[in-house]
Design a protein around this ligand. Sequence first.
Ligand SMILES: [Zn+2]
Length: 398
Amino acid sequence: MSASTFAIENVRVWSDGLSLAPEAFQSVVLQNGKIAWLGRTNTLPNEYSDAKCLDAKGKLLTPAFVDCHTHLVFGGNRADEFAARLRGTSYAQIAASGGGIMSTVRATRALSLDQLIDQSLPRARNLLAEGVGTIEIKSGYGLDFENERKMLLAARAIGRALNVSVQTTFLALHALPPEAKSGDARRLWIDSVINDCLPRLVDEGLVDAVDAFCESIAFDLAEVERLFEAASRLSIRCKLHAEQLSNSHGSALAARYQALSVDHLEYLDEAGVRAIAQSGTVATLLPAAFYCLRETKLPPIEWLRSAGVPMAVASDCNPGTAPQSSLRLAMHQACTLFGLTIEETLAAVTRHAAAALGLHDRGQIAVGQRADFALWDVQSAAEIVYWLGHLPVQHLRL
Ligand SMILES: [Zn+2]
């Protein structure tokens, strides 16, 4: 028996698709950072009887959650804009006076790498405190090579500082940089993203995936396709902000490039659902932005369900449309606002969220999976979603 063998005893193991309140007490044996055995505590094989033990006293074990869509690295905040909007100032007026995303770009550029890490760490800590073990973090507020690089370096540093798994996404086409005013500057920016920033950041090992904002107010299909082609040539997987404010048919394009996920999807149509069902692309739902923008158009949950599309849920933590560093609140919002069931919501932050990042070694409690868990002091799994605010949880990682 290896010295690194460890057993969690008397635990109720949450299992995808099974009862929400499993009755039998089980043991989970962990070896070399992975699950080596799983079964009833009273049937633990002799070879593991000397393992160091944690008595879970009947608590509920889930995989550590995966927050598969965040923009949690950024400088400053936009609370003043929130206040102005409540006083009646329109989004367009705020943007015209230099607010909106450009205010976050200025604030992010103004910080050193260390300052950016310091400002972003509390948001990541907040996710960890509610059972998250893997966080995706996007760039996209730098909008030049050095500042996009700084954001991705900050994301990697947060992973090391908190001993948490961080996946970095180069949000290459998020917005036009403030310097790019003329029509020509737009093309030059996209050229420089594709021909210069992307290959250099990939070379440095800073890019786990690329992403873009496909929308009438952002980038069009042809521009996104140029990025996807370039990423595919570098063997980098794609993600897409799609169909949030209108139907731009970004999901069908993403499906053609076997994208890992398409995210938001309020305006996704039936053809788009069929396309992502065929490509195995995950549909990532972001109810926090829907809530903050007081949207009324719901994503087509029933179509996604009947087509068997895997659905993920993420916090979307960002300073503009979702200043929310809580995945559990997003889970509650997915149920309350979008009508997901508890079972769908738990799968959406475990197995399907892992798939949205191309990770297949986590998100389930099964032999061979990573030993990365959340241990909940609850009677049933529904409580994890039901409670708003604090819920005690222990993050177990071996
Ligand atoms: Zn986003």
